[in-house]
Design a protein around this ligand. Structure first.
Ligand SMILES: C[S@@+](CC[C@H](N)C(=O)[O-])C[C@H]1O[C@@H](n2cnc3c(N)ncnc32)[C@H](O)[C@@H]1O
Length: 330
């Protein structure tokens, strides 16, 4: 943890400021220490460089199962891919890299930290990535060398942060929460007036086949089995998808060809066709490991933004299987 993070942190129980005590430093990083609330009796450890506001052992069962499974995923699939920047911009469009410059940014559910890292590299004044799971260990390792990046272990519903952020985004997280809408409001509550929010969620439209065929398997089997067993089992569908994208979807969508448009789920599968085996395996594993996954309709997503009272909201259909939203807090 970098000491300057302290000015953005508050006690998640009572919103009061926190006192910092340090027991071990490594250069400018606080590796071990404690954050103590100045008003109530709460205290929060800093371990291995990360301030910890959520202890998985004390988290509700459904949230804990999700965090345990994703924690394992992001401790295993740790590598970066050069296509992440383009993929990220697809999820947060119309936001561009220039938009991040000098902004105070919050990422809700940062996973292995790939987007926190990009936000820092694109010139955010500071970026704070929060995640409930052990993924924070990977995110911290990926971002600790960046002077403007911070990682915090916390529940998106109980953010230990002041309302100071210029921009908050969440990619692929809200639909895995027990109450996605409340998670969205909690994230947006940390953004100042005139600031912006982006969210990307699975769509209900065009995903009926997943809801009917994949969800029962995910809910009853794949999210419940040992993650290492799933790692191997998921190679079977991943291999099918990898072959289809490399032999059919990629070639039939090359420039000049219009044949791809006749293929099943073409927009999404052609978008992931350039990725290599490891990333495609991660994509399949990610879909099968989650205990909770909601598929959200455009109407419902629009309602979230209306309830938030956001201005200039743009909601767009991404790869014909998901919704991305962007709006201003007023
Ligand atoms: C599919 S991953 C997406 C990670 C990252 N946004 C990305 O795109 O690489 C979902 C993430 O949400 C996190 N998560 C799930 N429930 C959470 C909660 N209640 N609070 C904070 N993070 C949560 C998981 O630990 C996981 O890292």
């Amino acid at each position: 943890m970098k000491e300057k993070l302290l000015s953005y942190l508050v006690c998640p129980a009572c919103d009061a400021a926190l006192d910092l005590s340090v027991s071990q430093n490594e250069a400018s990083e606080i590796m071990e220490g404690e954050l103590r609330c100045t008003a109530c009796a709460s205290s929060f450890p800093i371990t291995r460089g990360i301030p910890r506001f959520a202890e998985l052992a004390h988290i509700e069962t459904d949230k804990r199962a999700t965090a345990e499974n994703f924690g394992w995923q992001w401790r295993h699939f740790v590598e970066a891919d050069q296509r992440y920047a383009e993929q990220f911009l697809g999820w947060i469009a119309p936001v561009t890299p220039e938009f991040f410059r000098d902004k105070l940014v919050l990422e809700g559910g940062c996973g292995k930290g790939r987007h926190t890292q990009l936000a820092a590299q694109w010139g955010a004044r500071e970026v704070v990535g929060i995640d409930l799971s052990e993924a924070v260990e990977t995110a911290y390792a990926a971002t600790r060398a960046l002077p403007n990046a911070h990682v915090v272990q916390a529940d998106i519903y109980r953010l230990p942060l002041r309302r100071k952020f210029d921009y908050a985004f969440s990619v692929g997280v809200l639909h895995h929460l027990p109450d996605p809408r409340q998670g969205f409001f909690s994230l947006a509550s940390k953004v100042v007036r005139g600031g912006h929010v982006s969210a990307w969620v699975y769509g209900a439209e065009n995903n009926e086949w997943i809801v009917r065929l994949v969800n029962p398997v995910r809910e009853k089997i794949t999210s419940r089995i040992d993650q290492r067993a799933l790692l191997h089992l998921s190679k079977i569908p991943a291999a099918g998808m990898f072959l289809a994208t490399k032999l059919i979807y990629g070639p039939l969508n090359r420039r000049g060809s219009t044949l791809g448009q006749y293929l099943f789920y073409n927009d999404y599968l052609s978008a992931i066709a350039p990725f290599g085996w490891r990333e495609q395996h991660l994509i399949v594993f990610d879909h099968l490991v989650a205990p909770t996954a909601f598929y959200i309709s455009r109407d419902e997503f629009e309602e979230w933004w209306r309830e938030l009272g956001a201005a200039d909201v743009t909601i767009t259909w991404h790869n014909k299987n998901s919704w991305r939203g962007f709006g201003e807090i007023v």
